[in-house]
Design a protein around this ligand. Structure first.
Ligand code: F6P
Length: 580
């Protein structure tokens, strides 16, 4: 668990340029220690919200076919760019009026002020009394972001330099294992934000990685995860990176202890081997030392980095070892470019703001419950899984910053798979089912693996899917093709199904950084509109606590006295009998 740090020094500081202060409907940004200073106007009482409600009633039947037919420029006009990231949002069920009202909603929700508060280091994570400064992780060396009176940017770069030195030693095979053999296998042990970012980034940037090394990721407390990760590896060539912000997470610590036992066995029980085969990434030096890892081999980060916002901190050590420090820094530069775009671009050209507002539009007015993220890029196969924690742990909240139960929908369910595989699986429901599923298509103009006609075919499919969803196929068109009347209804595509297309030049470390930051800031935009805290995660606590109570009941020699509900008691008894 990421425990709340007590105390409330004044987190202040500028340094990323002039910050323009906005007026805010939500003054609960927790500037000083996170206390609510002023009551926010409830979201549903905001003028723009009410106007959007009326506007939705008028627009809900309008078809994208008509919107495009009435405006030949629409496909060129409703686009925005941030560097080489191009967003086509024209296939959304919006008009210029919708956009105007959504942008007003952003203004009336105090988005400008919230962005400034985040970049300034205010403790906007009010329930944990923390600043939210993942943007500091990618700030250039000379920048200044002050937390509790201290510029944190030099510390960030000191850790990056230490990671660089370590990565170079591993990659050049200079760092030797306990018996003098070079490290060829790296296993990251972590879970949640200490796993999903590293796995996603490794898969996404595999093209840039050292192909003579093996990278694996162990997260699940299911012993199968660990057993399969090490079954063909030699301990003498294997390095474990134990990644845990708190260094107390049950799954990670259980896997870390199993890793140590496996590794030490490979050296005939010699515990001195641990120093050459284990490093840690954490904020908790005391626990790292207790585990037996020399804190000289620990890479730190800070409480102002949320787990799901940490892939560009030391949590990315496995990424840096895989792709090299230069590529890692290029990724950070990509993040930073998107941060600057988010901070400075006018909202109507601001990609994260537009994506965030469109998500609110569908979730709260159309009642859409999910968003499908569909990368047409095989290397991004773990991107939807990564986004699930980023979006749902952030915006899966039912009370406002002030603790009032919301009376509108908050974070939608994010899901997805790479195209074209999804087309032969769940796309049927998106095209012809009864639910509205806004889609984000992600594609790259250049492929990293040119192979005959493959890339043109892939790109033809992504463009075709967005076109088919938006425009569909009418009954008249179906009949004109000679389809018998009885079959025609089955072959009709209603269309009017919205999508965004995000098109970049090529998947590089830099473009990956931009893409991740785009979604991070879209999540922030959504959370601001919904007046929720996107940076805590109390919802994961109850299950953890109950599991701790059940573990001894499963392991005890004698029959335990069970005081759960009758279903849980029965399941525990049945499991105990079955395991023998
Ligand atoms: O699932 C809850 C959570 O706290 C996540 O937010 C976090 O990414 C994950 O657990 C892992 O935490 P840690 O890095 O402290 O092991």
């Amino acid at each position: 668990m990421e425990t709340a740090e007590q105390g409330g020094g004044a987190p202040r500081g500028f340094g990323l340029g002039e910050i323009e202060m906005g007026t805010s409907a939500t003054s609960t940004s927790g500037g000083q220690g996170g206390t609510a200073e002023q009551t926010a106007t409830p979201l549903t009482s905001l003028k723009a919200w009410k106007s959007l409600r009326t506007h939705y009633k008028k627009l809900q039947q309008t078809h994208l076919r008509d919107l495009f037919a009435g405006d030949p420029e629409r496909g060129e006009r409703m686009t925005a760019t941030a560097g080489d990231i191009f967003l086509d949002y024209s296939k959304n069920r919006i008009t210029d009026e919708t956009l105007k009202l959504l942008l007003k909603l952003a203004e009336q929700s105090g988005l400008r002020g919230r962005i400034d508060a985040m970049f300034r280091g205010d403790r906007i994570n009010i329930t944990e009394k923390r600043a939210v400064l993942h943007v500091a992780l990618r700030a250039p060396r000379g920048a200044s972001i002050v937390v509790d009176g201290e510029n944190v940017v030099p510390e960030v770069h000191a850790v990056l330099d230490k990671m660089t030195d370590f990565s170079n030693r591993i990659r050049s095979r200079e760092w030797k294992g306990y018996t003098g053999r070079p490290i060829r296998n790296v296993i990251n042990v972590g879970i949640g934000g200490s796993d999903l970012g590293p796995v996603m980034a490794y898969e996404a940037l595999k093209h840039y990685s050292d192909r003579d090394m093996t990278f694996r990721f162990v997260s699940n407390v299911d012993g199968t995860d660990f057993a399969e990760a090490v079954r063909d590896l030699d301990a003498a060539e294997t390095l474990f990176i134990i990644s845990s912000k708190t260094f107390t997470t049950l799954e990670t610590m259980t896997n870390a202890h199993s890793a140590r036992a496996w590794s030490v066995t490979g050296f005939d029980g010699d515990e001195k081997s641990v120093a050459r085969h284990f490093v840690a990434v954490s904020t908790n030096a005391a626990e790292v030392a207790k585990f037996g890892i020399d804190t000289a081999n620990m890479f730190g980060f800070w409480d102002w980095v949320g787990g799901r916002y940490s892939m560009d901190s030391a949590i990315g050590l496995s990424t840096m070892v895989a792709i090299g420090p230069e590529n890692f820094r290029a990724m950070l530069d990509g993040f930073h470019q998107m941060d600057e775009h988010f901070r400075t671009a006018p909202f109507k050209q601001n990609l994260p703001v537009l994506l965030g507002l469109l998500t609110v539009w569908y979730a709260d007015f159309f009642g859409a419950e999910t968003v499908a993220v569909l990368p047409y890029e095989q290397y991004l196969k773990r991107f939807p899984a990564y986004l699930q924690q980023l979006t749902m742990e952030s915006n899966g909240k039912h009370v406002t910053l002030e603790g009032t139960k919301v009376d509108y929908a908050t974070g939608p369910i994010y899901w997805g798979e790479p195209g074209t595989n999804g087309q032969h699986s769940f796309y049927q429901l998106i095209h012809q089912g009864t639910r509205l599923i806004p889609c984000d298509f992600i594609a790259f103009a250049k492929t990293l693996n040119p192979l005959g006609r493959h890339h043109d075919m892939l790109m033809a499919n992504v463009f075709a899917q967005a076109e088919a969803l938006a425009f569909g196929k009418t009954a008249e068109q179906v009949k004109a093709e000679g389809t018998p009347d009885w079959l025609a209804p089955h072959r009709v595509f209603e269309g009017n199904r919205p999508s965004n297309t995000i098109l970049a030049d090529e998947l590089t470390p830099e473009s990956l950084g931009k893409l991740v930051a785009l979604y991070e800031h879209s999540v922030f935009t959504q959370g601001t509109i919904w007046q929720i805290n996107s940076f805590d995660q109390w919802g994961v606590e109850l299950g953890k606590v109950l599991a701790q109570r059940i573990i001894p009941e499963l392991e005890s020699g004698g029959e335990p006295a069970l005081e759960h509900d009758s279903s849980t008691n029965n399941l525990i008894r049945r499991y105990r009998r079955a395991k023998g």
